[in-house]
Design a protein around this ligand. Structure first.
Ligand SMILES: Nc1ncnc2c1ncn2[C@@H]1O[C@H](COP(=O)(O)OP(=O)(O)OP(=O)(O)O)[C@@H](O)[C@H]1O
Ligand SMILES: [Mg+2]
Length: 334
């Protein structure tokens, strides 16, 4: 899988008084299995850009290639492109329209011409991936909460078995638990199914934690395209664009200004916690891994489950092995 944009431009209302340059000469390449955070001030062109990736918007000039094929070329199979590049809209209610949740998730696979059996299997699998059980199947998608609607919208896209999953602010308006759960599920799809993820977000904390590459938009232009660590080193420039670095970056800077020798590339709470512990002569207990809140909850629950029988007199071995903890450490190093 690869997406390549070459001098991509988009102008809304071209030739009218309302003409607006939303994208200016965007050049980028996205490879298989990346987890990309797309950030930028409001109106910077994020939603416009991602709608080009699945052919919903057509470039005013420039080109876009999917797996090396120009998607603007005559005869290009847009339907196939949309099944490979799944887009969850900024406002999920815009993509729900069936009478019940299950039919809504079946809509995409039905259009692929699959058998009834396969459509049902895909819908069940997708709904379970986003944590919606059978009690939701017959509910109207319009009677769900914002977070639940978003899960249905994500399931509808996952049921297409896309190669790329693009999510436009999937956590906007969710409570912290809902946010961690959705991001945890996305991270799991990335990790277990090697799905390419493009996450549009206004949360610097979220992109610092999950993405391994950040693309920063500013007034329709691509300003930075690098690892989160390197991008957040430019926090002053980001501030000038109406953005910021994760809050922990500012704590680290304040410590450095006081002459405390702490690495200036720390962007997650866990990394800063471990560095501060080392500075005061303590070894971080749980290892220097990047903690995924949803994963952590799962582990705690699993651990509680394993320990429970021990209380009843069993002699179950102590659980999670250190090997797994160190394996995930430093995922976005470099
Ligand atoms: N349908 C449209 N018609 C005309 N102009 C539009 C349309 N959609 C977006 N724009 C303009 O294009 C620019 C980029 O908009 P876009 O929605 O891509 O920004 P964004 O980065 O997604 O912002 P946000 O963070 O608020 O979602 C903005 O100036 C916006 O006003
Ligand atoms: Mg947007």
């Amino acid at each position: 899988m690869s997406i390549r944009a070459v001098n991509l431009c988009h102008v809304y209302g071209q030739g009218t008084a309302l003409e607006q340059y939303a994208l200016k000469n965007i050049n980028l390449e996205i490879g298989d299995g990346q987890f990309i955070g797309l950030i930028g001030h409001t109106g910077s062109g994020k939603s416009t850009l991602i709608q080009h990736f699945n052919g919903l918007l057509k470039a005013t000039s420039g080109e876009l290639f999917y797996n090396g094929e120009n998607i603007c070329a005559p005869g290009y199979d847009m339907k196939k492109l949309r099944s490979k590049v799944g887009l969850v809209f900024q406002y999920p209610e815009h993509q729900l329209f069936e009478v019940d949740v299950f039919s809504d998730v079946c809509f995409g696979p039905k259009n692929l011409g699959l058998s009834e059996e396969e459509i049902r299997e895909r819908a069940e699998e997708a709904l379970s991936l986003v944590g919606l059980d059978e009690s939701y199947y017959k509910q109207s998608p319009f009677e769900l909460s914002g977070g639940q609607k978003r899960r249905v919208a994500i399931a509808g896209v996952l049921a297409m078995h896309p190669e790329v999953l693009i999510l436009d602010e999937p956590t906007a308006g969710l409570d912290p638990k809902g946010r961690d759960e959705i991001l945890g599920e996305i991270e799991k799809l990335h990790r277990e199914k090697n799905m390419t993820i493009i996450l549009v977000s206004h949360s610097m904390e979220d992109v610092a934690r999950y993405a391994d590459r950040l693309i920063v938009m500013n007034h329709g232009e691509k300003m930075f395209d690098d690892t989160p660590r390197n991008v957040f080193r430019h926090y002053r420039e980001l501030e000038a664009m109406g953005l910021a670095a994760p809050q922990v970056t500012y704590i680290v800077q304040a410590l450095r200004e006081q002459g405390i020798p702490i690495d200036d590339g720390l962007i997650t709470v866990e990394e800063a916690r471990d560095a501060i512990l080392r500075l005061v002569g303590k070894e971080p207990a749980a290892g220097s891994r990047k903690v995924d809140a949803a994963e952590e909850r799962e582990e705690l629950a699993a651990e509680a489950g394993k320990k429970a029988p021990a209380k009843d007199g069993g002699n179950s071995p102590l659980s999670p092995d250190g090997a797994e903890l160190t394996e995930t450490a430093g995922k976005d190093e470099g």
